[in-house]
Design a protein around this ligand. Structure first.
Ligand code: ZN
Length: 428
């Protein structure tokens, strides 16, 4: 048994908070009690139980990230499922959903089985998507029902948009039938000369054309229409432009089942970061303007954007040392997500800590139907214990990769313990 004493519990599920003792037995939470209860006193007297003193710390549900790239199979020199999971644990995550731009892709049962089996060895809950199209080529739909049977929790061709509108419509009809969400990387390649950098003043300074906001906006517009017509549930991943936020806000008012996801980098940085960090600030879709960053924060605040996802995208040092147009897009994010949320969203007064935590726990869990994201008796013993205000320095990563502009920064939100299924999987 594991007993967590005197922590300040924030349950994103019930929105109840207060100082509590929590007992986990056999992977499940068996007791949530006010401090000083007889039951917990008895358990404490039994010297065999493991005890964590969480006085002065916050205890909440293990974090959920519905958008990670663990590069396994296919590019394990960047990351593998084990090292990706280590980064997740260090960041307080106990549940992740892998994206499917692996090699082979997540378009077949064997690859899903490989990923899920390996995920079971990590100590956290590793889920996977299934691809929408075979080989992510945007030409032929995968067998969704088979992939669901194999464990796919959502569908996506993340990394690529589904450019064929008719195919997208058919994908939506199928996803409807199986009640699964299609998660969309919204960037029309026809608009993009150089991906990963916003088409604006910074791109101009670098002598490149970059990726214009319209590349995202046209796809968001189209897919909202298709979702509206078909009744499908879609998620706009890693939203980057103010207009996209507004389109989703309006669509929600009409009852369209469109969800949205923001990354920590899109609510923290702007295109200016490229001048300071070079390829470490190159990602798809790119960092844009301060007005976009503010629109994303407003979207988080008013509920237009339900979830925060890292889009943890490891690359090797060699790859990121290439020229700006040749280096791959993407940055890692699992280890700094909670800290950046605290610094940029909570400490700047945009949202409460509970509000932030909901976007990193119960909201993605509900949208994708995952057993995660809340702290309740009988529920999973998945928790993170952290100090909101204590500073820590991100001096080295436990991921295989170090492609993040935040390396070296001192941030609030020091994580003390990550607990999954009642086991301590990370300890500061
Ligand atoms: Zn993407």
């Amino acid at each position: 048994m594991l007993i967590i004493r005197n922590g300040f519990l924030i349950d994103p599920g019930s929105e109840v908070s207060g100082v509590k003792d929590i007992v986990i037995d056999n992977g499940k939470i068996t007791t949530i009690a006010d401090p000083g209860s007889d039951h917990v006193a008895d358990l404490l007297n039994d010297g065999r139980n493991e005890v964590i003193d969480a006085s002065g710390l916050i205890v909440t549900a293990g974090l959920v990230d519905a958008h990670v790239h663990f590069r396994d199979p296919g590019a394990t020199y960047k990351e593998d499922i084990y090292t990706g999971a280590e980064a997740a644990k260090r960041g307080g995550f106990t549940t992740v959903v892998m994206m499917g731009n692996t090699n082979p892709h997540m378009d077949n049962v064997d690859t899903l089985k490989y990923v899920l089996d390996k995920g079971k060895e990590t100590g956290i809950n590793v889920y996977t998507c299934g691809n929408v199209t075979k080989d992510m080529e945007g030409k032929e739909l995968t067998d969704m029902s088979k992939l669901i049977e194999a464990g796919a929790v959502l569908f996506t061709d993340d990394g690529k948009p589904i450019t064929d509108a008719k195919l997208m419509e058919r994908a939506c009809e199928k996803a409807c039938k199986y009640d699964k969400v299609i998660s969309l990387h919204e960037e029309d390649p026809a608009y993009i000369s150089d991906n990963g950098i916003n088409a604006g003043v910074v791109a101009k300074k670098l002598g490149i054309k970059g990726s214009p906001r319209d590349a995202e906006i046209v796809m968001v517009k189209r897919d909202i229409e298709i979702a509206e017509r078909t009744g499908a549930k879609i998620t706009v991943q890693h939203i980057s432009a103010a207009e996209s936020v507004e389109l989703i806000r309006e669509a929600k008012k009409r009852g369209v089942l469109v969800y949205a996801e923001a990354t920590p980098h899109h609510f923290t940085l702007t295109e200016e970061a490229v001048l300071e960090h070079g390829t470490l600030a190159k990602m798809n879709p790119p960092l844009r303007l301060e007005s976009d960053r503010q629109a994303i924060i407003q979207g988080l605040k008013d509920g237009t954007i339900e979830t925060i996802a890292t889009d943890h995208a490891p690359h090797s040092k060699e790859e990121k040392e290439r020229q700006i147009t040749a280096a791959p897009s993407g940055i890692t994010g699992l280890e700094t997500s909670l800290s950046l949320g605290i610094r940029e969203i909570v400490d700047k007064g945009y949202m409460s800590l509970l509000g932030l935590l909901k976007k990193m726990t119960i909201n993605p869990a509900k949208i994708y139907g995952l057993d995660a994201g809340e702290v309740k008796e009988g529920g999973r013993g998945d928790l993170v214990i952290f100090s909101k205000d204590e500073m820590w320095t991100f001096d080295k990563s436990v991921s295989k990769a170090t492609n993040t502009p935040f390396l070296g920064e001192t941030l609030p939100g020091k994580i003390y313990y990550t607990i999954c299924g009642g086991e301590i999987v990370y300890k500061a």
